[in-house]
Design a protein around this ligand. Sequence first.
Ligand code: XBP
Length: 267
Amino acid sequence: MLQGLIFDVDGTLADTEEIHRLAFNQTFTDFGLDWNWNPDLYEELLVTSGGKERITQYAKAFEPERAATPDFSDFVRRLHNQKTALYAEMLTSGHIRLRPGVERLLHAARSAGLTLGIATSSAWSNAKALLDNNLGRNWQSWFAAIETSDTVTEKKPAPAVYQAVLDRLRLAPKHCIAIEDTENGLAAARAAGLATVITTHRFTRNRRFMGAALVLDGLGEPDQPMTVTRGSIKRPYVDLAFLERVLADYKDVGSSTYWEQQLLVLA
Ligand code: XBP
């Protein structure tokens, strides 16, 4: 049943949104802007996928006159290029590691002959910096499809990036599971027909994630158990056998998470 796993990058493979936030703020300073995205504001701004889109949304709300200037989109592009370069430096110097359970699940999936994909609204260079530092130089060969904002311009919650990965994997959505961290990611994966497992973090743990197959605070490790945010499962970590069961039982009725549905059935 389970033939493919498709991973989001930021917030899912690693807790990178804090590094993005710091890179945005340093870039604003470098550009002489008095903009500062504190964690609570960044949590709100994350409802906009894509760094350039996020900057544009923020400017329209807080400096509409600047957003209305004719060279604004070029200004945003230059600002974002600088931020992306800074982000890669911060990622490397910060020794940012993959989230608990990610590398374990990647190795298990490869050993089991599953097909792996990456679907992110972030830049290719962001994913490359993170995975070069954590999985070694030949990590790209682990993934049969890697789609980023460099190859798919439409950002999540649009399903385009997941559809592009599924096309390249040549797998039906019903044989795959997406692993995500945001409501936009959940909406994008579901719109592409994918059962979606959510792993929350500081910037997303207050969201509802309706329609998710599972909502967890991470994939867990035998010595670092995960917490199931909603549902009655008691298990320390996600493995392939468990994902097989989630996929086999999952029906997306669009109005409740898998486990609330199960609770309804059990009741
Ligand atoms: C996360 C995003 C990205 C990052 C910042 O993408 O929405 O915008 O926050 O990266 P995903 P960029 O969850 O799909 O990995 O500045 O390169 O957009």
